[in-house]
Ligand binder design. Structure first.
Ligand code: WTA
Length: 657
C-alpha cells in the first residue's frame, strides 16, 4: 500500500464547502487549540440557550490530581429539542425533517419539522402523564421506525434520560440494561421487520421485564407501538402495557421544554469494554449537542437543501449522533432506514439514494465489502449523481473497499471521509474534511477542531513525538462531545479510560502517524472484537458460554473475516466426561445468540480440551489469536506455558475445522 496515493478534494465541491482548503482547516484548527475557550464560545453562539454559561470548559484529566471530571458550558441552560426542532419552525416548518424508508421498497413516509414538533410534544405529554420526569431513565427497545426518533426526542424534551437498546439484543441484554440504569418505563413495539420475517420485540421485552423484576427493577409502564399488527400476537398486561396509538389520541401537541443545564445527562448508551458487562456511557446535553451538530456540518459539508443518509441503526451511537441529534440540530433532512442492504436485493442502498436524491451517504466498511461481493453492475444501474460526499465509520476501511466505494458509488466525484470515533467520544474525532483534505485510502487523516490525538508507546506510556511513528491512540484534552461518566460507576470510568496513561484519555485503539502526519487507526489493542462495526467484549461471550451446563471454560478471540472485518472465534473446554461432538457446537452458538443477541454468536467453535496457560494460570490469548488467524506457525516464545503440548493439540485440530 502506497502512502502517496492521494485523492484531492474535487474543485467544485471545495469552492462551495464550509472549509475550502487545508489553509482554512489549519487556521481554524490552530485557533481551536490555542484559544479553545474563544473558539468554542464562538461556535456555541450558533445554538439556542435560555441562559449562557459560567465557564466554557473545566476539567481534570489526570488521575494523579484527583477525581476525573469534564464540564462544558456548565451553568448554561438549553433544551436539545428546541435546538433540533423548535428553532427551525419559523423558517423551515414545512421542510422534511425525517424521511422514513421502510423495509419494503414501496413503504415510506415523511415528517416535516412541524409534524415532528407535534409528535414529540404529544409523546412527551404521554410520558409525563405516566409520571416520567427530569432525570428519570427510560429504556427504548425499538426497530428503525419514526416513533423511535420521536420517543428519544420526547425524553429529551422533558429532561428524562433515554437508554436505547438495539432491537436485535436478547431479553437478557435488555434486562441487564434496564436493571443497571434502574428504568421504570419502557417504550417498545409489537415487532419489527428486517428482511423477510417479523421479529417479536414485545415478546422479548416481556421476558426482559420479568427478568428485571426478579432483580428488583420493575417496569411500571410499557408503551407499545403497533408496527407489525395482525402478523404477530401481542400480549398486553393490563395496567402496565399501553398502546402508543391509544395514548397519543388525546395527548396535547404543546409541551413546554424542560430547561436543562448543559451538564445535565441526555442519554445513556451501553457499550462493550474488555472486561465485565457493557457499561453505560453517559452523554450530557450541551457539549454533545454542539459537537454532533458541528461535526455533521463540517465533516459531511452539510448544506441547506441536502438530503442526508446515515445507514446505521439508532440503537448504536452512530444513529444517535448522525441520524437524530446532529442532523436535526442543523435543520437537515435525515433518512431513517428500517431494512437491510440486501433486501429485496443487493441494490437496495443505491435504489434508496436514487429514490430520495441523497447527497451525503454514511455507512460502514462491512456493508461496502458485502456489496462489493455482489459486483459493480448493481450500483451501475442507479442514478447516483446527487451524491456529493461518502462516509465510512465503525472499523478501519481497507484500501480496496475505499477505492471501490470511491469509484463505483462516488463515480470518482465524491470524497470519501473515513471517520474515526467511539461511543465514548459522542462524535467524530479524526476525519478528513471533504472540501479540504487530500485523502489516502484507509487513513482517517487529521483531527477535528479542538481534538489533540497523541501516539503513546504501549509498554512505557511515553508519548511518541514526530511523524512516521506508531503506538496506541490517546487524547490529551477534552472535547465537548466526550462522555462524562459510566452511569452509576464513576470509578469504572476512571479505571477504563484514565488510569492506564495518567493525563490522557486512552481509546483502546492502536494507530500509526505516517510521514505526512496522517493518522491510521489500526484496530483495538484490548479484548474488544469489532464485528461488522459492532463492539463485542470477549469477556461477555465467554461469560455467556460458561453459563451452558456442559461448558467448563471458554476463551474468545477475534479473527480476520473478509466481510465482517473480524469474526468471533471461541475455544471451548467441556466439563469432564462430556463428549466433544459437532452437534453441540451449533447448540452453543445458538445459546450465545439467545443470551446476548445474534451479533455475538461465535463464527467458530474450536474444541479445546486444554487451553494454553501460563504457570500462574493466565490464558495466553496471543497464542489463541495466532492459531485462529491461521498463523500457528508464528507463535513466538511459548516457553512460559505450563503445558506446551496443549498448543500442538490446538494447532493440529485447527486443520480439521
Ligand atoms: C473502531 C462507533 C478505524 C475503533 C462510532 C473504535 C474505527 C471503535 C473507525 C468504536 C475508523 C470506529 N477507523 N477504526 N474510521 N471508526 N472504529 O463505540 O476500534 O461502536 O474504538 O463507535 O470502532 O466503536 P463504537
Amino acid at each position: 500500500m502506497s502512502n502517496d496515493e492521494l485523492y484531492s478534494p474535487p474543485e467544485n465541491l471545495a469552492k462551495k464547502a464550509w472549509i475550502k482548503n487545508m489553509d482554512e482547516y489549519k487556521e481554524m484548527y490552530d485557533r481551536s487549540i490555542n484559544d479553545p475557550e474563544g473558539f468554542w464560545a464562538e461556535q456555541a453562539e450558533q445554538f439556542f440557550w435560555y441562559e449562557k454559561w459560567d465557564k466554557v470548559c473545566d476539567h481534570n484529566y489526570n488521575v494523579k490530581n484527583g477525581k476525573i471530571f469534564i464540564e462544558w458550558f456548565k451553568g448554561a441552560k438549553t433544551n436539545i429539542t428546541v435546538n433540533c426542532i423548535d428553532r427551525h419552525l419559523k423558517d423551515r416548518g414545512d421542510q422534511t425533517a425525517i424521511i422514513w424508508e421502510g423495509n419494503e421498497p414501496d413503504e415510506d413516509c415523511t415528517l416535516t419539522y412541524k409534524q415532528l414538533h407535534e409528535e414529540v410534544c404529544k409523546f412527551a405529554n404521554v410520558l409525563k402523564k405516566h409520571g416520567a420526569k427530569k432525570g428519570d431513565r427510560i429504556s427504548i427497545y425499538m426497530p428503525m421506525i419514526p416513533e423511535l426518533a420521536i420517543a428519544m426526542l420526547a425524553c429529551a424534551r422533558i429532561g428524562a434520560v433515554h437508554s436505547i437498546v438495539f432491537g436485535a439484543f436478547s431479553p437478557t441484554s435488555l434486562s441487564d440494561r434496564i436493571v443497571d440504569s434502574s428504568c421504570s418505563l419502557l417504550v417498545t413495539t409489537d415487532g419489527g421487520f428486517r428482511g423477510k420475517k417479523p421479529v417479536p420485540l414485545k415478546e422479548n421485552a416481556d421476558k426482559a421485564m420479568q427478568m428485571a423484576s426478579k432483580q428488583g427493577t420493575d417496569i411500571k409502564q410499557c408503551i407499545v407501538v403497533q408496527r407489525v399488527g395482525d402478523k404477530l400476537e401481542t400480549a398486553m398486561q393490563k395496567g402496565r402495557d399501553f398502546w402508543w396509538h391509544d395514548e397519543m389520541k388525546d395527548a396535547s401537541p404543546d409541551c413546554e421544554p424542560e430547561k436543562m443545564d448543559a451538564e445535565d445527562p441526555l442519554f445513556i448508551l451501553y457499550t462493550s469494554g474488555s472486561t465485565g458487562k457493557p457499561k453505560g456511557a453517559q452523554h450530557n446535553v450541551g457539549g454533545y449537542m454542539m459537537f454532533t451538530a458541528l461535526t455533521h456540518k463540517y465533516i459531511f459539508d452539510y448544506q441547506d437543501g441536502d438530503i442526508w443518509w446515515c445507514t446505521a441503526d439508532i440503537g448504536w451511537v452512530t444513529g444517535h449522533s448522525y441520524i437524530v441529534y446532529g442532523p436535526l440540530a442543523n435543520g437537515a433532512t435525515t433518512i431513517m432506514f428500517e431494512g437491510i442492504p440486501t433486501y429485496p436485493d443487493a441494490g437496495r442502498f443505491w435504489a434508496v439514494v436514487d429514490k430520495h436524491k441523497v447527497t451525503q451517504f454514511y455507512t460502514a466498511p462491512t456493508a461496502i465489502r458485502a456489496l462489493i461481493s455482489h459486483g459493480e453492475d448493481i450500483p451501475a444501474k442507479y442514478d447516483l449523481s446527487t451524491l456529493k460526499v461518502l462516509g465510512s465509520v465503525g472499523e478501519p476501511i481497507n484500501p480496496e473497499a475505499w477505492r471501490w466505494y470511491h469509484k463505483h458509488i462516488g463515480r470518482g466525484r465524491c470524497p470519501v471521509v473515513d471517520t474515526w470515533w467511539q461511543t465514548e467520544t459522542g462524535g467524530i474525532l479524526i476525519s478528513p474534511l471533504p472540501g479540504a483534505t487530500p485523502c489516502k485510502p484507509g487513513s482517517a487523516t487529521f483531527p477535528f477542531f479542538g481534538v489533540v490525538p497523541v501516539v503513546i508507546e504501549a509498554e512505557t506510556g511515553k508519548v511518541v513525538e514526530g511523524n512516521d511513528v506508531s503506538g496506541v491512540l490517546a487524547l490529551s484534552r477534552p472535547w465537548p462531545g466526550q462522555m462524562r461518566t459510566v452511569f452509576g460507576d464513576h470509578e469504572r470510568f476512571e479505571e477504563n479510560y484514565f488510569k492506564m496513561y495518567p493525563g490522557y484519555y486512552f481509546t483502546g485503539d492502536g494507530c500509526r502517524r505516517d510521514k505526512d502526519g496522517y493518522y491510521w487507526v489500526t484496530g483495538r489493542v484490548d479484548d474488544v472484537i469489532n464485528v461488522s462495526g459492532h463492539r463485542i467484549g470477549t469477556a461477555e461471550v465467554e461469560s455467556a458460554l460458561v453459563l451452558h451446563e456442559k461448558v467448563a471454560e471458554a476463551a474468545v478471540v477475534g479473527f480476520p473475516h473478509d466481510i465482517k472485518g473480524q469474526g468471533i472465534y471461541a475455544y471451548v473446554t467441556l466439563m469432564d466426561g462430556m463428549e466433544y461432538e459437532d452437534g453441540l457446537k451449533k447448540t452453543l452458538i445458538d445459546f450465545v445468540r439467545n443470551e446476548i443477541g445474534a451479533i455475538a454468536a461465535p463464527d467458530v467453535i474450536h474444541w479445546a480440551p486444554g487451553l494454553p496457560k501460563t504457570r500462574s494460570g493466565k490464558i495466553m490469548r496471543r497464542i489463541l489469536r495466532k492459531i485462529a488467524a491461521d498463523e500457528g506457525d508464528q507463535l513466538g516464545d511459548t516457553s512460559t506455558l505450563a503445558d506446551p503440548s496443549v498448543v500442538d493439540q490446538l494447532k493440529e485440530s485447527y486443520r480439521k475445522i
